[in-house]
Design a protein around this ligand. Sequence first.
Ligand code: PEP
Ligand code: MN
Length: 348
Amino acid sequence: MIVVMNYGAGEEQIAAVVARLEQAGFQAHVSRGVERTIIGVVGDRTRVAEMALEAMPGVERVVPILQPYKMVCRAFNENGSVVRVGHLEIGGEAVHVMAGPCAVESREQLLAAARAVKAAGATILRGGAYKPRTSPYSFQGLEERGLEILAEAREETGLLVVTEVVDPRTVELVARYADILQIGARNMQNFCLLREVARVDKPVLLKRGPSATIEEWLMAAEYVMLGGNHRIILCERGIRGFDSYTRNTLDLTAVPVVKHHSHLPVVVDPSHAIGKWRFVPPMALAAVAAGADGLLVEVHPDPMEALCDGPQSLTPENFAAMMERLRRVAAAVGRRIAEPQAPVALAG
Ligand code: PEP
Ligand code: MN
């Protein structure tokens, strides 16, 4: 259920509804939109009906939510959520491009990638410091040293940093360095990890599992929201198909469908979906045309030498060319590609 408050309902009225719900044993989650406040109610909905909440001052209506996910459903924020990350807003008019290598391999490699993606117009730097791979013999990431390098790149370029957290025990550590915590596709239903990132004051980029339905994906997001973290960005990264010509199948239908059912912003990762660099730009353009709020793209200064995902990584030149075309597609659909800001000079 959600309780929709009137335009201009006062803080005391909101507090009174929350208090009444909590006294009756419900959990109440307040979401303050630009125009009105909505209170998500978790608990036995047959009992909510008995409480006559609609008789309380400031309450406009009580709406049952029929979907299994309650807080991430569209009705909870009809205008769509805008997720604030530092000085950036994801889910607004501007489309953000997050780009960088699959893995942080060295200081030189990451700084070269960061400078290149910033020059081409990315606003957020990606790079994995923890890389549990399909094979235990593959490169596993630089771990905390990788996080330090990401933080150094942020300081130099002003790009914000998205990086994956793979273990509930390292959530706090990763959150100290990262601006956005990425939950990898294989961890989408790692509920311990979801509960842990829900407790941190950092936005979460939640990737869709390779075989997850849209409902399972939204239920995973519900874990994070219910746990107290409302800043969630969904990421479609391809689902397992039967065709071996691509790594996965990019489910672009997920963009409009998820935006219809949920208020959360949706970004698209064409790199892991397709697995071949040549096909990344056309699908990135299609994702923006379909309404994606951002892109996550792998870019490596020298893809042939990459320790991870070289075949799907764009060179800086190909990335810059893609960005030019993205600006035109974004304009055609009434959006714009966000531009990076100059780094803020530190005082003293
Ligand atoms: C990644 O973005 O580096 C990654 C491992 O992606 P996914 O979890 O989508 O496979
Ligand atoms: Mn990768």
